[in-house]
Design a protein around this ligand. Structure first.
Ligand code: MF3
Ligand code: CO
Length: 248
């Protein structure tokens, strides 16, 4: 079922979304060689709770942490722990916050110290793909317009798009309809409507699009262990146009 939000509900969603963005920006300052992903997770959890929120991911289908911290060949759902990040790593931080009845969800890819020019290009193109998708969000378009715009940016650069994980509607639930794939055909799929709120989240790989799940049952890695990047925003359609709720 597709749940459209009223303007008042979208105003309310800005509360959780803004807190999600604030926590991400606070973590950003703590990313340097030697910090562990577990330390970043604990910091996120305390910031979320201090601000009256709840981590959306903790306990979701048994997920054990407040953020996902995915390094290099890890695509999504990396579980934070004692691992230290090191110079040259590509670190994806994904955060979800529940507050005042609604969820917000955001992801950014970070360079740890200085990274290779190949890694930098993958990171930049993935961010560009996210914004190309957001550019298609208006009440004249369809879901497939977003999907195909994301896909084109990635594939024009010789990258591949992960197909096994997608963007999603968001609201009182972390995952709602519609599904927002990162591949598809323009002009197809559900028509975009006033009051829709969803997450666009391209996961873009340097090599194969294929992924597998590690023995921890969560961490998604590229099958060829080449690099992957991920960006995500929570976006609403207000007065026919895109509004990025998780913009800092
Ligand atoms: N941003 C991801 C998503 O929307 C993160 C989910 S992590 C999980 O699916 F633990 F909640 F599954
Ligand atoms: Co998401």
């Amino acid at each position: 079922m597709l749940i459209l939000k009223t303007h008042a509900e979208i105003e309310q969603m800005k509360v959780s979304s803004k807190l999600t963005a604030l926590v991400l920006k606070s973590l950003e300052k703590e990313i340097f060689p030697g910090v562990t992903t577990g330390e970043l997770d604990r910091l996120a959890e305390s910031l979320i709770k201090e601000n009256g929120g709840k981590p959306s991911f903790k306990g979701y289908r048994g997920y054990p942490a407040s953020i996902c911290a995915s390094l290099n060949e890890e695509v999504v759902h990396g579980i934070p722990g004692p691992r230290k990040v090191k110079e040259g790593d590509l670190l994806k931080i994904d955060i979800g916050v529940f507050k005042d009845g609604f969820h917000g969800d955001v992801t950014e890819t970070y360079a740890v110290g200085s990274i290779s020019s190949e890694a930098k290009r993958l990171k930049d193109i993935t961010e560009k793909a996210l914004y190309a998708g957001i550019d298609k969000v208006n009440s004249e378009n369809r879901i497939g317009d977003i999907s195909s715009a994301v896909q084109k940016v990635a594939e024009d650069e010789g990258y591949t798009v992960v197909r096994d994980f997608t963007g999603h509607g968001i609201g009182r639930n972390l995952h709602e309809e519609p599904q927002v794939t990162n591949f598809g055909k323009a002009g197809t799929g559900m028509r975009l409507k006033e009051g829709m709120v969803f997450c666009i989240e391209p996961m873009i790989n340097m090599g194969t699009a294929e992924v597998e799940i590690l023995n921890d049952h969560w961490t998604v890695v590229t099958k060829d262990r080449k690099l992957s990047a991920h960006y995500e925003h929570t976006v609403a359609i207000v007065n026919g146009k895109a509004e990025i709720l998780t913009r800092y």
